[in-house]
Design a protein around this ligand. Structure first.
Ligand code: PEP
Ligand code: MG
Length: 541
C-alpha cells in the first residue's frame, strides 16, 4: 500500500483499477526539409485543417451536451487552427523547404513560447490549448492515431501526466471512475471539466506516473486529494464506507439544493453565491444559488495591464444579471487594495495596505475609475435585479459621498438618454468594527447591510487574515464578533431593513444556526457550500 497526495479538484471517491493514459508524442524533426513543391504541401495542410476542424466541432457539440461553458474551449481551438499569423508562418517555412510536420511544429512552437512567457495565467493556460491543436494537426498529417480515451477497456481511474480538453471531451464516460494527473492545479482544464461532469479528480500528484501501473487497484479521494495505491483490506473497507456515505449525502443534498428554503419556524432565507468572474455563473446556478450575494468585481481588474473599459464591465455585469433573471445580484463596487494590489493603477506604496487606501477609500480618491464602474452597473441594471454594495465603509460620510456620485452618474445617463433602472437597493458591507458599532446611524443611508466577516474578524482582533502566525485569533464564533453581528442585524431590523452575510462565516455549518437565531436574512457563500447550508437551514428552528 502506498499513499500519495495531490490537490482535490472534484469531490467524490473512486475505487477501482488504474488505466494509464500516456499518449506518445509524435516524433517530429523540426529541422527536416524536403523537395516537395509548396503547392502540394499547402494542399495537404488545407485538407488536414478541414479534417481537424470537423473533429474539433464534433468534440464541441459532444461536450456542450454536458458542460456548455467548458465546450467553449473548442471554439477557441478552431480559432487557433485558423490563426492567420500561424498559417502565414507555416507558409513561409514551407517555402523555405521545411517538411509539413516541421513547419507546423516550428510555427506553433513560436506562438506557444510567446504565450508561455506571459505572466497572465489565462494566457499561460492557452499555451496548452495551442499545443493541443498542434498535436491534432501533426497526427492528422502523419495519419497516426495515438492512444485515446474514447474507448477505455474497463471501468477505471485514469492516470495521466495532464489531460488536454480534447482528451477529456472524447472521453468514454461510462468507464471513467476518476482522474488523477501529475501536473495541473485547481483551475486546470482537467479540474474544471471533472467538476462539471461530476467525476472525482485529484490533480498535481507528484510521482504518480512512476508509481502507478495499468490494472493496479487504487483509491482516489477528491475531497482530500489522497491517492492510495494497492490499498489493504482495512483501508479498502473504510473507503467503501466513506464512498457510500458521500453518495448518500450527495443524493440528499441534490434534493434540497434547488429549493427555496425556510427555517422550521417559517423564515425564508436567501442562500446566494459569492462569485468573482462571469465564468462562475454556471457553477453558482448548478449549486442551487438563490442569487448572487457578492460579486467581487475587482477580479475583472486583476491579471491585466489596463483597467477594463466601461463596455467590458457593462458586458460582464449584464451577463450575470441576465443569467439570474429576477433573482437578486449584489454587485460590490471595487475592493482594490489590501492583499489585492493592481500595479497599473500606480498606487502609492503603503506600510499597512490593509489599513490604507483600500476599497471605497480608493474609489472616492479615484472618482474617474469609480464613475466608470457605476456607469457600467447602471447601464446593465435594466437586465435583471441589481443591488449595489459599497465595501469597507467606516463612517457615514463615505456612504453620502458615494451616493452623491451615484446620483451624478444617474443624472449624466439621463441627460445622455441612456436607460437604467430608477429604483434598486443600495447597501454597504459591514466589515469594519466602527460600522457595526454605529450600524444604527449608517442604516439610515442605505437599504441593506451585508456582513463581511473575513475583514470584520481581521479588524476586530487586529490579526492579518493572511498571516498564519496569528490565525489563532481568527475566531468567527468569539463573543466580540457575535456581538458586532447581532448589533448590525438588530439595527437593520429596527429600521425595517435587512442584513445578509457574505464572509466565509456564512457557509460555516457551526455558525449557521447561531446566525439564524440572531435573525440573519440572507447568506452568501462559495457555491459548493450552498447545498449543505440549505439543508442546515431547513433543520434549524
Ligand atoms: C469579507 O471581508 O468578509 C468579504 C466578503 O470581502 P472580501 O473577502 O472580498 O474582503
Ligand atoms: Mg472584505
Amino acid at each position: 500500500m502506498k499513499q500519495l497526495k495531490g490537490i482535490g479538484a472534484s469531490t467524490g471517491i473512486a475505487i477501482g483499477k488504474i488505466f494509464m493514459y500516456t499518449p506518445k508524442q509524435l516524433p517530429v524533426n523540426a529541422e527536416e526539409k524536403d523537395s516537395l513543391p509548396f503547392s502540394e504541401k499547402k494542399e495537404i495542410l488545407e485538407r488536414v485543417i478541414n479534417a481537424a476542424e470537423k473533429e474539433i466541432d464534433a468534440l464541441y457539440k459532444n461536450t456542450r451536451k454536458n458542460a456548455e461553458k467548458e465546450a467553449e474551449i473548442f471554439q477557441a481551438h478552431i480559432l487557433f487552427l485558423k490563426d492567420p499569423t500561424i498559417i502565414k508562418k507555416i507558409d513561409e517555412l514551407l517555402k523555405q523547404n521545411f517538411t509539413l510536420p516541421a513547419a507546423v511544429k516550428k510555427a506553433f512552437e513560436e506562438s506557444v513560447a510567446i504565450m508561455e512567457k506571459m505572466e497572465n495565467p489565462y494566457f499561460k493556460a492557452r499555451a496548452k490549448d495551442l499545443r493541443d491543436v498542434e498535436e491534432r494537426l501533426l497526427r492528422k498529417i502523419s495519419g497516426i492515431e495515438t492512444q485515446s480515451l474514447s474507448s477505455i477497456p474497463y471501468p477505471a481511474i485514469i492516470v495521466a501526466k495532464d489531460l488536454t480538453p480534447s482528451d477529456t471531451a472524447s472521453l468514454d464516460r461510462k468507464n471513467v471512475l476518476g482522474f488523477v494527473t501529475e501536473t495541473g492545479g485547481i483551475t486546470s482544464h482537467t479540474a474544471i471539466l471533472a467538476e462539471a461532469l461530476g467525476i472525482p479528480a485529484v490533480v498535481g500528484v507528484r510521482n504518480i506516473l512512476s508509481e502507478a501501473k495499468n490494472g493496479m487497484l487504487a483509491i482516489l479521494d477528491g475531497s482530500t486529494g489522497d491517492i492510495i495505491l494497492e490499498p489493504d483490506e482495512t483501508t479498502l473497507a473504510r473507503y467503501r464506507q466513506k464512498k457510500e456515505q458521500y453518495e448518500r449525502e450527495k443524493k440528499e443534498l441534490e434534493k434540497v439544493k434547488f429549493l427555496s428554503v425556510s427555517t422550521k419556524s417559517g423564515k425564508t432565507i436567501e442562500v446566494s453565491a459569492n462569485i468573482g468572474k462571469t465564468d462562475d455563473i454556471n457553477i453558482a446556478i448548478n449549486s442551487g444559488a438563490d442569487g448572487i450575494g457578492l460579486f467581487r468585481t475587482e477580479f475583472l481588474f486583476l491579471d491585466r495591464e489596463i483597467p477594463p473599459s466601461e463596455e467590458e464591465q457593462f458586458n460582464a455585469y449584464k451577463k450575470v444579471l441576465e443569467a439570474f433573471g429576477s433573482k437578486p445580484v449584489i454587485i460590490r463596487t471595487l475592493d482594490i487594495g489590501g492583499d489585492k494590489q493592481i500595479p497599473y493603477l500606480g498606487l502609492e506604496k503603503e506600510l499597512n495596505p490593509f489599513l490604507g487606501v483600500r476599497a471605497i477609500r480608493l474609489c472616492l480618491k479615484n472618482k474617474g475609475l469609480f464613475k466608470t464602474q457605476l456607469r457600467a452597473i447602471l447601464r446593465a441594471s435594466i437586465y435583471g435585479n441589481v443591488k449595489i454594495m459599497y465595501p469597507m465603509i467606516a463612517i457615514k460620510d463615505e456612504i453620502i459621498e458615494a451616493n452623491n456620485l451615484l446620483k451624478t452618474v444617474k443624472k449624466e445617463l439621463t441627460e445622455e438618454g441612456v436607460a437604467y433602472k430608477k429604483d434598486f437597493e443600495v447597501g454597504i458591507m459591514v466589515e469594519i468594527p466602527s460600522a457595526a458599532l454605529n450600524a444604527d446611524e449608517l442604516i439610515k443611508y442605505v437599504d441593506f447591510f451585508s456582513i463581511g466577516t473575513n475583514d470584520l474578524i481581521q479588524y476586530t482582533f487586529a490579526a492579518d487574515r493572511t498571516n498564519r502566525n496569528v490565525s489563532y485569533l481568527y475566531n468567527p464564533l468569539h463573543p466580540s464578533i457575535l456581538k458586532l453581528i447581532e448589533m448590525t442585524i438588530k439595527a437593520s431590523h429596527k429600521h425595517n431593513k435587512w442584513t445578509g452575510m457574505c464572509g466565509e462565516m456564512a457557509g460555516d455549518p457551526k455558525a449557521i444556526p447561531i446566525l439564524l437565531k440572531m435573525g440573519i436574512d440572507e447568506l452568501s457563500m462559495s457555491p459548493s457550500k450552498i447545498p449543505n447550508a440549505k439543508k442546515l437551514i431547513m433543520e434549524t428552528e
